[in-house]
Design a protein around this ligand. Structure first.
Ligand SMILES: Cc1cc2nc3c(=O)[nH]c(=O)nc-3n(C[C@H](O)[C@H](O)[C@H](O)COP(=O)(O)OP(=O)(O)OC[C@H]3O[C@@H](n4cnc5c(N)ncnc54)[C@H](O)[C@@H]3O)c2cc1C
Length: 485
């Protein structure tokens, strides 16, 4: 298995066509936005080699009879699915950001099981091809990202109904030695610093008319004809602004990125036959899409409780730093956060335990419980950040910069006036506030929440302003306790 340093060296050698803010990026490893997700991936490589994390992060693959990163493993049992959930909770609580590698695991398992089904029914040889590819990936411990999501154009139209046929990636030319594809995959997590990309349709294809859209393959990430355009969001702006003041990222260990995404364009890209795992078999897109979707959702439900753990931990710390940790409403909110977190985790484990084997022997999680868990995790997230923002206070929006804190004049005032309870250093409070700012979705949610006062303030007034006496009186009259008047 590779070390983190070996992975980073492999990224240094990659020369993808990559744009960000109107410029071409040549050095991804030292780029202010990209260096963080690359560091995350490198750290996972190193942890896989660390004996204390070996069981949680790696397993023995029967394909190469050797130890592999769980992100490259075909699930052979319910225990594998459960181990995957525990891997996610470990990784996310230790990284505090996107683990980047998840799409590779979904793609590995969806292609493994679907190519098997295709060969059984159609007599093709896709499964053997895919096994050869997977063996190569496992032996070289490579990073492959899974690219599904098409540009999609008008969402009310199917692939073949789009006025521009390139809105879904498709075959534009068939040659003896392979195919040429055109289209784009949107919101792709980390393909530019992956060694390989594996591509599949994002939607079920419905008829022979859509056969050219039923295409799955894997190619090196810097293949000629592929262009990446990197995301630009508040996290990227912070990454650029905070060079040299990295505590302001909130997570100065791994950055505040949550997924380094890009628009990935395939401008007539050649794919050789040995790397094609589906070519026109539109009936099997259903298997591929639903399996990939179910698995992607499963690990999100392993990931979210870990993120909630961090938000909860940070919120408790802030409550202590602000001197309100014992207040009844704070205890109630922290308890609610824990309850929501563990409810998602229970469903996440249930979805894994209820997994079933596909005909290939690869297990997939229970789709009903997986989807319930994912839905619940999204709902829980908004409740959890609402409580975190509430307890943190307006400083989650108004906190000045680390540079101001280090400035001899401005810093003196911040040290004095941004202190909470006397026993805690001001800097600890500021670091945790910044962490929560990054973890709760940026300033808008908190600005809307706190301008005008936190929820408890409104509850106090509502309680005070509500005429409970009149309501009690009505009940007393109706139940014969008191007379009218
Ligand atoms: C951080 C991040 C990382 C990601 N990483 C990857 C990755 O690595 N690989 C990958 O393949 N994908 C990735 N994705 C893509 C992700 O799966 C999609 O963003 C998601 O599925 C939603 O698709 P969309 O963004 O195109 O939104 P849309 O599909 O446009 O959805 C927007 C709204 O339109 C509605 N809608 C869509 N179609 C219809 C319809 N026909 N009728 C009625 N309503 C409709 C939806 O329900 C939703 O309410 C990532 C996304 C994010 C945000």
């Amino acid at each position: 298995m590779r070390t983190g340093a070996e992975y980073i060296e492999s990224v240094r050698r990659l020369k993808p066509t990559l744009y960000h803010r109107g410029q071409k990026i040549d050095n991804m490893v030292d780029h202010p936005s990209l260096k963080w997700p690359i560091k995350v991936v490198a750290q996972i490589y190193d942890w896989c080699l660390d004996p204390q994390y070996q069981d949680i992060l790696t397993t023995v693959s029967p394909i190469i009879n050797d130890r592999v990163d769980r992100f490259l493993h075909v699930f052979g049992s319910v225990d594998d699915l459960l181990a995957r959930q525990k891997q996610m909770r470990f990784l996310q609580t230790h990284l505090g950001g996107c683990a980047i590698k998840c799409t590779q695991l979904g793609m590995v398992n969806a292609l493994y099981s679907t190519t098997y089904d295709m060969d059984k029914e159609l007599g093709t040889d896709y499964h053997q091809r895919f096994l050869d590819y997977l063996r190569y990936m496992q032996q070289n411990d490579l990073l492959v990202t899974g690219a599904m999501m098409d540009a999609k154009g008008d969402r009310s139209l199917t692939a073949s109904q789009q006025p521009d046929p390139d809105m879904y990636l498709h075959i534009v030319e068939e040659r003896k030695d392979g195919v040429v594809v055109r289209g784009a995959k949107a919101h792709q997590t980390g393909p530019m610093f992956a060694n390989e990309i594996a591509v599949a349709p994002c939607d079920m294809m419905r008829s022979e008319k859509e056969r050219d859209y039923a295409v799955a393959f894997a190619i090196p990430s810097e293949t000629k004809g592929i262009t990446y355009i990197l995301q630009q969001n508040l996290a990227d702006a912070m990454c650029t602004a905070c060079v040299g003041a990295e505590a302001d990222l909130g997570n100065p260990t791994y950055g505040c990125q949550f997924g380094a995404t890009s628009l990935m364009i395939f401008d007539d890209v050649f794919v050789p036959n040995e790397r094609i795992f589906m070519k026109g078999e539109w009936q099997f897109t259903r298997h591929l899409v639903t399996r990939m979707g179910t698995m992607a959702r499963l690990w999100q439900t392993g990931c979210r409780p870990a993120i909630f753990d961090l938000v909860m931990g940070a919120t408790y710390l802030i409550a202590e730093y602000n001197g309100i940790a014992r207040s009844a409403h704070v205890v109630d909110k922290l308890t609610e956060m824990s309850y929501l977190t563990e409810t998602v985790w229970g469903l996440a484990l249930g979805a894994a335990i209820s997994g079933k084997p596909t005909p290939s022997g690869a297990y997939i999680p229970d789709p009903l419980l997986t989807n319930c868990a994912k839905l619940q995790s999204t709902r829980a997230f908004y409740e959890i950040i609402k409580n975190a923002i509430d307890i943190t206070g307006g400083i989650i929006v108004s906190l000045p910069s680390e540079e101001d804190f280090r400035h001899p004049e401005a810093g003196k005032w911040m040290e004095k006036y941004l202190k909470g309870a006397a026993e805690f250093p001001t800097e600890h409070r500021l670091r945790v506030v910044r962490f929560l700012q990054a973890m709760t979705g940026g300033p808008l949610a908190a600005a809307l929440h706190h301008s005008g006062g936190p929820m408890q303030n409104q509850k106090i007034i509502i309680f005070r302003e509500t005429d409970f006496e009149a309501k009690k009186k009505r009940v007393k009259v109706l139940t014969g306790i008191e007379k009218e008047g």
